[in-house]
Design a protein around this ligand. Sequence first.
Ligand SMILES: Cc1ncc(COP(=O)(O)O)c(C=O)c1O
Ligand SMILES: [Zn+2]
Length: 442
Amino acid sequence: MKNTSKYQLKCVQCGHITPDFKTWFAQKQCCPICGNKQSELIYFADYEQLNELFKTQPTSFWHYFDFLPLMDRKNIISCAEGAIPLERWSFLEDYAKNTQNIDCQIYVYRNDLNGGTNSFKDIAASMAASIFKENEISQYCIASTGNTATAYGKYLSLAGINAAIFMPDNAIEVSQAEISSYGQQVYRAKGDYTCAKKMAADYATKFNVLISSGNIDPIRVESKRTMVFEWLRMLGKMPDVYVQAISGGTGPLALDKAVRELDGKISQSVKLPKMLMIQTDKCDPMVQAWEKAKSNNFPDGYQNDYPIIDNPPTEISILATGNPATYPIVSQLIRRSGGDFIRVKESKIADIARIIAYERKTHVGPASAVCFLGLLEAIKNRQIESGQTVLLNMGEGIKRAPAFLNRLGHHIQLVATVEDCTLANMKENSKNLWDNLLSITF
Ligand SMILES: Cc1ncc(COP(=O)(O)O)c(C=O)c1O
Ligand SMILES: [Zn+2]
């Protein structure tokens, strides 16, 4: 007999309890009483255990097995995801100090080092594949702008689970090739992400196949919330400020879930950090909605007033959510955290990525570059204070968008003879990067 008392799901609207994922899937991933699609996981584990788990270095987020909704470890499908460093990047601290005289500590959470597909979607994909394996799901379908698609494509293949993956027509071609190379079926929708989502939903109905329920999917939220466990393990406290490029908002939802779950149950104080959510000027429905709400002093129902941008003209396909259906939930969360939605210029992503490459010898993907631009903007606007600890959730590495690397070169010369050459000088070659950096925000 399996132990069925490790966790249960609770409807956030009416409180109805669903005992396990088998029942949840049979209910078509919604509450059988009120129809709400959002249920939260409750665990019966002893949270004191976390203090013990914080003493050892994980090899993956499955380190927190007792706090995850899988019954049997033998079903784990893992590629060493979630065991990633939190690095202090002093050049960003210097920037804050030199430009605004802000003395803060800046940490970068290196999701590009996740073992599966180098994005912060690997954790959810690992958990989904494991839960589906345990519950004998053989077919799945999902719409995604790219990173979730690639991660699910790989991990579900590892579990032998078929996936139909719907992507918008602007998705990166390499991602489609990668997913299909694992044997999965890619459908490139003739339209944007909203169109791909609609087609995935129709596919799920037509073939009676389980479909991802999007950013509120408890599988995504529960796996992702382990990032908070990891910050507490590595930092010993919560950051004061959290910065992330936002598309649908699984990040802030998961962060909030972890904070409510842990507060008062472990020795550290667990408070919601001020959440700064970044979008570019080429796809900024949440920023637009927020600015309007803010200028009207957040009137009643502000959270339901947001624009829908059809075919957003962004090059960063993975952040191309023009219809931000989660805004009603996410906006209230950001407000509760004392946070903000920030717009950055998409035309600057290569500038910041070049500096990161020079300073850290690391290549960030375009969505990560957006997150760093947001930090610079927040510093400029003095939304970060001296003494604060800031955490940037760096979502992806260059492998997710290899063509972006072409844009990062800055000292390449065509030469006919050696007469045209001088001695290499790394410092000299890169001296204008800082001037450029200043021109990004000033
Ligand atoms: C690298 C990267 N950054 C940011 C995001 C946005 O994540 P969220 O679902 O929390 O909005 C995504 C995914 O959509 C992503 O892949
Ligand atoms: Zn309900």
